[in-house]
Design a protein around this ligand. Structure first.
Ligand SMILES: [Zn+2]
Length: 348
């Protein structure tokens, strides 16, 4: 199913209308490639950074195919770059910075983005936080997340975080067991995540955790963040909200979602009132199942930009809601404004 530019502009005017009296937020944005060896960004002009020689040109809206198999190809292309050669499956994000992201946000009427770094180790964490502050730190359009480096011993996590939060404003903790190779079924993995959750409660900071499969840098897949692993965790250790990103379905298909992920997700959401899910990285068929099965009070809008354009994720969501004959404006307002601002972020 091709959505024409005219249709996308109609969706945009619906968003434009609800935006008038409201602030619209994207909870799930990666300002950098998750594999930070590609992070040698240079400031070209104010607000625009790049790690390639090409000239920056602002993004624009095109017609888009929301057919699920087409989306799967898009997804694979996003995470694969032939120039990188064997063993390097991740495409780098060539352009980033406050003006680059602003260009994407302007296309679909978004006001704020929550930026999620993923620490591979202590060194990459320091590099990312330095760049995050330099590129976005003083701009009120952006909230900064933080990711705890995996080598911090679990009994020092609270101390580490306390020190970080003394020196800068952090809005949310990003947890990525797949990239950090954190085995949540092992004692070590549980100690680590329990320490993060208990620090989240003490320091009053919400969390967002990758949910679903993870592609390793050699192209293989790991399931450290699968719904089965997430189901082993006591989420009530923190009283703060915890968002399960991608509804626990990253790189999964509708059959897997409906038959194994959704039943476990429903159990988790029923058991823990502080859990929510986000819409990032999902195709229209899974979005359809999500909106039919999970109350919108538990759903948050996230796009997984800069890997995916925010307007594309919004198009998929509005297309799905319209097909379901649900109230597009009301639900999008709830998931992109009411839920993030009242439940997750402290309004600026
Ligand atoms: Zn992500």
């Amino acid at each position: 199913m091709i959505i024409t530019r005219k249709e996308i502009n109609r969706y945009n005017s619906i968003i434009g209308n609800i935006k008038k009296d409201n602030v619209l937020v994207d909870i799930h944005v990666h300002p950098f490639d998750l594999f930070t060896e590609n992070m040698n960004y240079i400031c070209r002009t104010k607000g625009i950074y790049s790690n390639c020689e090409e000239q920056y040109s602002p993004p624009f809206i095109t017609a888009m195919d929301v057919n699920t198999s087409k989306q799967k190809q898009v997804m694979l292309k996003v995470f694969t770059s032939s120039e990188l050669g064997n063993g390097k499956v991740f495409k780098s994000i060539d352009f980033t910075g406050s003006d680059v992201l602003k260009d994407y946000m302007k296309l679909c009427n978004l006001d704020r983005s929550v930026l999620l770094p993923v620490a591979i180790d202590d060194e990459s964490n320091r590099k990312q936080m330095k760049m995050l502050n330099e590129m976005f730190g003083s701009n009120p359009m952006y909230y900064l997340g933080y990711s705890i480096p995996p080598e911090i011993p679990f009994d020092l996590i609270y101390k580490h975080l306390f020190k970080i939060m003394e020196n800068q404003t952090i809005t949310i903790l990003k947890i990525h067991p797949g990239i950090n190779k954190l085995d949540l079924s092992s004692r070590e993995g549980l100690n680590h995540i329990n320490a993060i959750l208990s620090s989240s409660g003490k320091l009053k900071i919400p969390c967002i955790i990758h949910g679903g499969k993870t592609q390793n840098s050699d192209g293989s897949i790991n399931d450290f963040s699968s719904i089965d692993h997430l189901s082993n965790i006591d989420w009530s250790i923190t009283s703060e909200k915890v968002i399960i990103a991608h509804c626990g379905a990253f790189l999964s298909d509708l059959y897997q979602f409906d038959n194994s992920i959704l039943p476990s997700l429903k159990k988790l959401l029923n058991r823990y009132s502080n859990l929510m899910v986000d819409t990032s990285g999902l195709d229209t068929d899974i979005l359809d199942s999500l909106f039919r099965n999970i109350d919108s009070s538990r759903i948050i809008f996230g796009s997984d930009a800069l890997y995916f354009s925010q307007w594309k994720t919004i198009t998929k969501i509005l297309y799905t809601l319209e097909n379901l004959q649900m109230s597009i404006g009301d639900i999008f307002l709830e998931i992109s404004s009411d839920n993030p601002l009242k439940k997750i972020l402290k309004e600026k």
